[in-house]
Design a protein around this ligand. Sequence first.
Ligand code: NAD
Ligand code: DAU
Length: 338
Amino acid sequence: MRLVVTGGLGFIGSNFVRMVLAERPDWTVTNLDLVTYAGNPANLSDLAADRRYRFVKGDIGEPGDLARAFEGGADAVVHFAAESHVDRSILSAEPFVRTNVLGTMRVLEAARAQGRCRVVHVSTDEVYGALGPDDPPFTETTPLNPTSPYAASKAAADHLALAFARTHGQDVVITRCSNNYGPYQFPEKLIPLMITNAIEGKRLPVYGDGRQVRDWIHVADHCAGVLATLEKGRAGEVYNFGARSERYNLDIVSRIVAMLGVRPELVEHVADRPAHDRRYAMDAARAERELGWCPARTFEQGLADTVRWYVEHETWWRAVKDGSYRDFYRQWYEERGS
Ligand code: NAD
Ligand code: DAU
């Protein structure tokens, strides 16, 4: 298997690349990543000497950069690259449309030019919109009803991916997953922000009443689902992933406060996110049935492991939070970028 991964220096992509190289010894991986603020070469620095791994610095929106990533041929592409943070999409939607919509189209075209090349398009539960407190979880046939510019850009990308499958008979499979947490998550997202702020003794900003619900899944369980989709998913299908771990935001923050033994007064309710989705929950029965996938970790275990990871990897997140990760690694990717 000659695999191209897009966005492999980000949170989920880096966990996926490491998993694949560990679990599939005869596979090669080319990682195409633009190294935006969210792409951190430190996430995969342990692979520098692995001859099965190749890094290409480039933009999924640029056909020339995609051509370099696909040089020598590819059997499949797992497409993670995206602008991924809802709050940033509220400040400015343009980078989301450029990367998530136009970039996805270019990835589909580049894979199509290869002939036989499966595309796994990694999407999100946010394309379905918000659930009320008593609604059943989202299934793959729930109509798309995105709220934020981020979610709208991902929904547009999903439509394009399915349109390419139908129109061109292209081998495309979509995964839609709920909220991930785990090692190497950029500390702009709820769980790593709360853990690192708590360690630093900073305030813990909870949007609105903190009674929004997310369905949390450990990143390793999501990555196992993406790998199962790549190997066993039916072309033209969508697979939902989630771990049946619905939690209120405030409960998660309180749990982190207790685990780290910091003052509960650090928790501060701040202005709510505009059009904040109240609840997400995923029905992953299709993935369980067809792919033989199921999550291996409970939320309690996964969160405890994650808190420990951030405690033990203070150098990693401090460099991210003070911005020095970008200066330090500029030379790293200049040397390795092709
Ligand atoms: P992330 O923001 O941590 O990483 C994104 C990566 O993509 C970075 O390495 C960045 O440098 C790269 N990138 C951005 N624009 C690029 C471009 N134009 N060309 C090449 N590379 C580019 O994101 P994440 O949280 O790891 O999410 C990965 C994917 O999974 C996204 O598609 C996201 O929508 C989806 N997803 C995320 C979650 C979650 O909870 N984080 C849940 C479900 C689905
Ligand atoms: O559901 C999957 C999605 O999960 C992914 O597609 C996105 O890429 C990912 O960013 C994530 O989106 P959310 O908006 O759900 O995640 P975030 O970590 O930004 O916020 C989780 C919840 O916590 C949400 O209800 C907003 C709230 N929150 C977040 C932050 C950063 C706070 O209350 N305070 C905060 O400071």
